[in-house]
Design a protein around this ligand. Structure first.
Ligand SMILES: *Cc1c(COP(=O)(O)O)cnc(C)c1O
Length: 341
């Protein structure tokens, strides 16, 4: 298969239109067959539920080339399951989980020329999403929906090595105690835009959100979960039902325990104890782990011993092991890597 003539290593994280996308429509109480199409534009009523009341959810995963030359995706079954959970909370029909995985495979196969070669650091980012499309003016869920998957090639997240970032404790809240923080819904991002633009203006890379109820416990950032490492090498991640369950974070906790033999804890993490941790990282599909060097909290700074130059040693081991499994350099003990033939 000939690859597209793209300078893979200079790609950023932006949208590039590829050849094919998948669409399935839900109408009269049922999903249709679904198909790959060429048209990247969507025609809808000005009164579509998604436009008026933001009834939309999404997923994100990557296809890439392993050392052996296989085209693969990582744990797509968990994306299928998470989208189903998001659907239920948003009064949307569940797209069957097995059909989700089939659709992912179809999109990757049809756009194989856009899957970056091994060693470039680039990947093909897949964006499954679903939204209410029929006109709705009185507040209620739509009854017609589209499920779609498009893909776009994206560059290596860390160009020239993973430099630790600086984050601030946000004055805004991300998710209410009984709200929608645990699902991947566009609405959670809409309300985070002001907070992230504000943080960037102030010179910070990201926001750390605390629990909205008491403002004493660590939740997550706008789009990544936290991992901390204690001074005695225990890996700790916050537990809360308003955190989005990151597939990367869940995988890293298994890597820590089963591959590295480290102790792991998923528990409430009070902001007060963050100053005592040795390392801090943010987990998500895009970067796998972004190391955090410094946290700013209203005039006080927490500087992790790992510093502002490199990832902490445990964070680095976690990063190298998970990316090693993904790229086929380390044994995939749990069948996480799915080859697309
Ligand atoms: C998508 C997302 C993450 C990361 O999840 P992954 O499955 O690891 O990509 C973390 N937090 C939020 C709020 C997210 O939307």
């Amino acid at each position: 298969m000939d690859k597209k003539n793209i300078d893979w290593s200079s790609l950023g994280f932006g949208y590039i239109k590829t050849d094919k996308r998948y669409v399935s429509t839900f109408k009269n109480g049922a999903w249709d067959e679904g198909a790959l199409i060429d048209d990247d534009m969507i025609n809808m009523s000005e009164c579509a539920c998604v436009l008026q009341y933001a009834q939309t959810i999404f997923e994100g995963l990557k296809a890439y080339t392993t050392e052996k030359g296989d085209t693969v995706v990582f744990r797509p079954d968990l994306n299928a399951e998470r989208l189903a959970n998001s659907s239920r909370r948003m009064e949307m029909p569940v797209f069957p989980e097995d059909k989700f995985i089939e659709a992912v495979e179809q999109v990757v196969r049809a756009n194989k020329a856009y899957v970056p070669p091994y060693g470039t650091g680039a990947t093909l980012y897949l964006r499954p999403f679903m939204f209410g499309i029929n006109p709705v003016i009185g507040v209620k869920p739509a009854d017609e929906f589209q499920f779609r998957i498009f893909c776009t090639p994206v560059g290596p997240y860390f160009k020239g090595g993973a430099k630790p970032i600086t984050i601030k404790v946000s004055d805004f809240d991300r998710a209410a105690p009984h709200g929608t923080g645990f699902i991947k819904a566009g609405l959670n991002y809409a309300m985070s835009l002001h907070a992230i633009v504000t943080a960037h203006k102030e010179g910070f890379d990201e926001n750390m959100y605390l629990d909205a109820g008491t403002r004493t416990k660590v939740e997550e950032t706008g789009g990544a979960n936290f991992l901390f490492v204690t001074k005695d090498n225990k890996v700790v991640t916050p537990k809360s039902n308003s955190i989005l369950p990151s597939i990367t974070r869940r995988s890293l906790m298994i890597v820590a325990k089963e591959y590295l033999g480290l102790e792991v804890e998923e528990r409430e993490v009070y902001f007060d104890e963050v100053k005592d941790f040795a390392e801090c990282g943010l987990c998500g599909t895009a970067a796998v782990i972004s190391p955090v060097g410094k946290i700013y909290d209203h005039g006080n700074e927490i500087c992790f011993p790992s510093g502002m130059e490199e990832m902490g040693p445990i964070t680095k081991k976690l990063y190298d092991t998970l990316t090693g499994i993904q790229m086929g350099r380390i044994e995939d003990r749990f069948g996480w890597v799915r080859v697309i033939k």
